[in-house]
Design a protein around this ligand. Structure first.
Ligand SMILES: NC(=O)c1ccc[n+]([C@@H]2O[C@H](COP(=O)([O-])OP(=O)(O)OC[C@H]3O[C@@H](n4cnc5c(N)ncnc54)[C@H](OP(=O)(O)O)[C@@H]3O)[C@@H](O)[C@H]2O)c1
Length: 245
């Protein structure tokens, strides 16, 4: 994989590159980075899943970004669509985290209002966090309490800003969201997204999957991002943007 912007560097290692990027938590919330893959024509899923879009290099960047996170935030739609499992990372990334005095892998937090999550699903073998709203069904909450830590935010639906504040108070500095589009949309709309890492896969997918940011906007004027870095590998482009503040 080569870096092609801001200058050419051959054969870069994504784990050390993303691992060394500066990310500073805000006093009231963690730094929030999103990572998504899309086709050239902007599809985020093929047949309802994103796994066919990314290749080996995308997996390396995906893992590198997991390596920098204290917590991974993901919507229940993505957990159901992709059958998320507990977080596993390559040994080199685990060693790097341990050397920094951090836990071997980040925790996973799932956002859900309806709580229609199967307690026997793979994800629950890793005792994730489930973030839900005060208005959610109490019986469903009690059932999931046996396999997950439940975090409740006030109001009819999950307030992501409130949840991020709770995590910051617990010492979380970097949150990685892996989507889906509705989660990224809410974060952008609330001004909570700091960094966006987008893989553009060299395929045209067509279809009507959501764009990377869904359910919000159009923003007028659009939210301005600054292109910080571009890598290329296997025909994929790996673009790293920072929100202009
Ligand atoms: N290309 C990529 O990198 C990528 C990454 C991730 C996902 N995807 C694709 O995106 C699709 C899923 O996207 P999506 O937008 O439907 O799913 P999503 O954003 O992962 O999840 C949506 C669900 O999250 C919960 N949710 C989100 N915000 C909430 C709030 N404020 N309060 C309460 N609950 C909230 C709801 O769950 P409940 O229904 O449980 O209440 C909602 O149905 C899949 O096809 C997946 O493959 C692609």
């Amino acid at each position: 994989m080569d870096q092609i912007h801001p200058r050419h560097v051959a054969d870069v290692d994504p784990a050390s590159l993303y691992g060394n990027d500066p990310r500073r938590a805000w006093p009231e919330r963690p730094w929030v980075v999103a990572n998504m893959v899309e086709s050239v024509d902007g599809a985020t899923a093929v047949a309802g899943r994103s796994s066919d879009l990314g290749g080996d290099d995308d997996l390396a960047v995906f893992r590198a970004l997991r390596g920098v996170a204290d917590l991974i935030l993901v919507g229940a739609g993505t957990v159901r669509a992709e059958d998320y499992g507990p977080v596993r990372l390559p040994e080199a990334i685990v060693d790097r985290r341990l050397a920094q005095g951090r836990p071997p892998v980040p925790r996973l937090a799932v956002v859900s209002g309806r709580l229609e999550l199967d307690p026997d699903a793979r994800i629950f073998s890793g005792y994730p966090i489930v973030i839900t709203a005060e208005a959610s069904d109490e019986a469903r909450r009690a059932e999931l309490e046996t396999v997950a830590e439940i975090v409740v935010t006030p109001g009819p639906s999950v307030d992501l800003g409130y949840a991020l504040g709770l995590f910051r108070a617990r010492g979380v500095e970097v949150v990685l969201t892996e989507g889906g589009p509705s989660i990224i949309g809410q974060l952008v709309a609330a001004g909570l997204l700091d960094e966006l890492c987008v893989t553009i896969a060299p395929v045209v997918a067509g279809g009507d999957s959501a764009r990377l940011v869904a359910g919000v906007g159009p923003f007028d004027p659009p939210v301005e991002m600054r292109l910080e870095r571009v890598l290329v590998g296997d025909g994929d482009l790996f673009c790293r943007y920072l929100t202009v503040r």
